[in-house]
Design a protein around this ligand. Sequence first.
Ligand code: HEC
Ligand code: HEC
Ligand code: HEC
Ligand code: HEC
Ligand code: HEC
Length: 487
Amino acid sequence: MKPSLRTFLIIAVFVLGSFPFAAFAGSNVFDVDHEFYPYYPSLIKWNKSNAQFTPPEVCNGCHSDKYNEWTGSVHALAFQDPVYQGELNKAIKAVGHNISRQCEGCHSPAGVITGEIKKAGIAGLSPMALAGVSCDICHSISGTTHWQTPAHEPENGSFILTPGVQTEEGLQLIKRGPFTPSDGCGMGFHKCVESSLHLQADLCASCHQVYHYDSHFPLEATYLEWKHGPYAQKEILCQDCHMVDIRTFMRTADEFRKPGRKEYRHFFNGANYLIYHLAEGAARKAGDEKKADILKEKYEMAVKRLQSAADLEISPVYRGGKLVEVKIKVKNVRAGHNLPTSLTNVRQMWLEIAAKDEKGNVFMTSGTTDAQGHLPENVRVLNSDGMGDDFHFAIDPWVVTAFSRHDTIPARGYKEVYYALSAPQGNNKIILEARLRYRQADQGVAEALLSAVPESINLKDIYGLTKVPELPVVDMVVKQASFSTVQ
Ligand code: HEC
Ligand code: HEC
Ligand code: HEC
Ligand code: HEC
Ligand code: HEC
């Protein structure tokens, strides 16, 4: 029996309707080849074979040094991170389950390949999916498709995963690394292949360039900020600052000198001290003191990194012989990309200042948070504001398609902030105290995300949280200067 035209149309509508993303693929600029990218809106690719991914605990058997460094890192927490899970839950509710593939392509690539993640949360998932950005993600990356992506730049997980191959002798796991393989490399468990990609920023780029799932607006552009800055020109890579300890990172940044071969560590430490703080609470609650101590060290490392990233220079501005303003130069001295970077519309970096008269009485302040942890309206926050197509302020990555304001500091660059001042009568001198402060998010934003965590993550049972505590603020730089009120 031949199907009628009507049945055909119904089928056609049904088929098209079940691929909601096909409806968006109409742009000539950001055209998407759905056959080439089967996991779209994630751009990860998998060289299909029977070779399975290997959980990090197995690698630990022979590479315990690397495992101990990676444990508790932001990469290890990338999927279980409650802030991520809260946002993922909101994304699925707002856009539908398909968008979660985009997120997981970077936060749990193995979970996308196995297809096991059906909703937000951690219940019933394999150890490999839960392990986030684990050993066998990075060391199975066999190539990238950076030039074939819709934006023709690295984006949304544009790498190729090849955990192993099928040979005539059977299944062969392959791990890729920086070295020419020695005899017996892998001890029969895996073959080793030398990979120059692991000694390039391109390895990190595909996950550290986050584009809107549909409009391809660059929401997070750490890789391109780096590429267009002074560190890339001198071949100082992501690895050279983020895969070493704090002292080595500072030397690398100051002298533009690559670390020595033996100095690399699997820390992947950045600015996110909050995630370590939450995870430390969870480890203590579970009675795992060793893990809690590791997380405390990582917390301190992230705080130290932030405290070495910037510097402040305070100078007076006189007009008609009178002090009228102070100028504060905020310098990005050691971040290899903009400061702040990545989620610039969520992270907050701002100046808090207090001006004091000769007797030490404060006569002017700016940037002080209120009792609920909120910033005042008029403070200059060095970050960005996202907005949707309707020109309204927005935070969520599926809504933000442009920035209405982008005020971050390029690598080795600076921004100037001015404050009008009129010194109280009878003072020849004033004292100005300035602090550059940082936190992961506005208090209200953090509360909204953490209140959206899926049921399988019980904040009270796992993290011991009954309410969202006031987010810790880090003082990146504190400086004081005194100057005359007349010139
Ligand atoms: C985010 C990506 C990433 C993750 C995750 C990762 N690695 Fe690596 N790994 C690298 C890079 C990049 C290098 C090369 C760094 C260098 O120059 O030493 C490397 C180097 C190595 C080396 C060879 C270098 C040496 O000093 O012996 C081994 C072995 C290794 N990793 C094992 C692991 C294990 C085990 C894990 C999980 C516990 C892991 N890696 C997780 C990116 C990663
Ligand atoms: C291209 C890779 C990529 C994709 C796709 C991606 N992310 Fe991320 N995500 C990252 C990276 C890298 C960071 C860390 C940036 C930083 O620390 O500022 C991050 C950080 C986050 C954070 C902040 C976590 C914290 O503890 O502060 C949230 C929340 C988040 N992502 C949610 C999502 C959601 C929801 C999606 C899907 C709609 C998504 N991400 C898609 C790479 C990605
Ligand atoms: C049975 C032991 C064993 C297991 C399990 C194991 N490896 Fe290895 N691997 C070795 C040995 C031995 C070497 C060579 C010496 C070295 O670099 O430590 C090696 C080397 C490597 C290298 C360096 C390759 C190069 O040429 O630069 C990487 C990367 C690596 N392993 C990753 C992994 C990952 C990822 C896992 C887990 C999926 C893993 N290994 C599991 C024994 C093992
Ligand atoms: C498979 C995707 C993927 C790859 C490859 C990858 N990352 Fe990440 N990275 C992430 C995600 C996702 C996060 C954020 C997780 C979160 O906050 O929940 C992250 C977080 C980080 C952080 C911590 C940021 C912070 O806020 O503290 C650093 C540092 C980092 N990555 C460096 C690197 C470097 C260096 C490489 C390359 C050697 C690399 N990453 C490769 C996905 C990836
Ligand atoms: C010269 C050293 C240096 C280089 C090179 C560098 N970074 Fe960073 N990175 C820093 C410092 C310092 C910070 C902390 C200040 C900040 O957040 O910008 C940081 C922070 C980060 C964060 C955390 C952002 C957040 O919101 O928590 C991520 C993610 C990151 N870097 C990824 C990368 C990637 C990917 C590359 C390579 C494309 C790279 N970095 C190159 C020094 C460096």
